[in-house]
Design a protein around this ligand. Structure first.
Ligand code: SF4
Ligand code: SF4
Length: 100
């Protein structure tokens, strides 16, 4: 059996309610906190789906669309910038789980 890279595995993740444009994001990040006082910006390197990125001016940006709900950023951020809630399975956008 061929071993898949992390990127290949992430590409296999499917999402519930993907086509809905009005869904409420399950993670809201106050990037003003990221870009004013965060000394380490650790979520830009611990998020496996690269939802947190740095631009050329070292500013943090966040996009929720590729999130795989691993929960890492909820614990990694010690600055109070991350508001994290599991998506509502009926109306929220979230990962389609195969086994539970
Ligand atoms: S650790 Fe928190 S405050 Fe710092 S960049 Fe990440 S989300 Fe923003
Ligand atoms: S829950 Fe995981 S995948 Fe989603 S944004 Fe946070 S660290 Fe990234």
């Amino acid at each position: 059996m061929k071993l898949l890279s992390i990127q290949e595995r992430l590409g296999l993740v499917s999402y519930r309610n993907q086509s809905k444009s009005e869904i409420k994001p399950h993670i809201v990040v106050d990037t003003d906190i990221c870009n004013s006082g965060c000394p380490h910006k650790c979520t830009t390197w611990v998020c496996p789906a690269k939802c947190y990125t740095l631009d050329e001016e070292n500013k943090v940006h966040f996009q929720v669309e590729d999130c795989i709900e691993c929960g890492t950023c909820m614990y990694a951020c010690d600055q109070g910038a991350v508001d994290w809630n599991y998506p509502d399975p009926e109306i929220g956008r979230g990962v389609n789980w195969n086994f539970g």
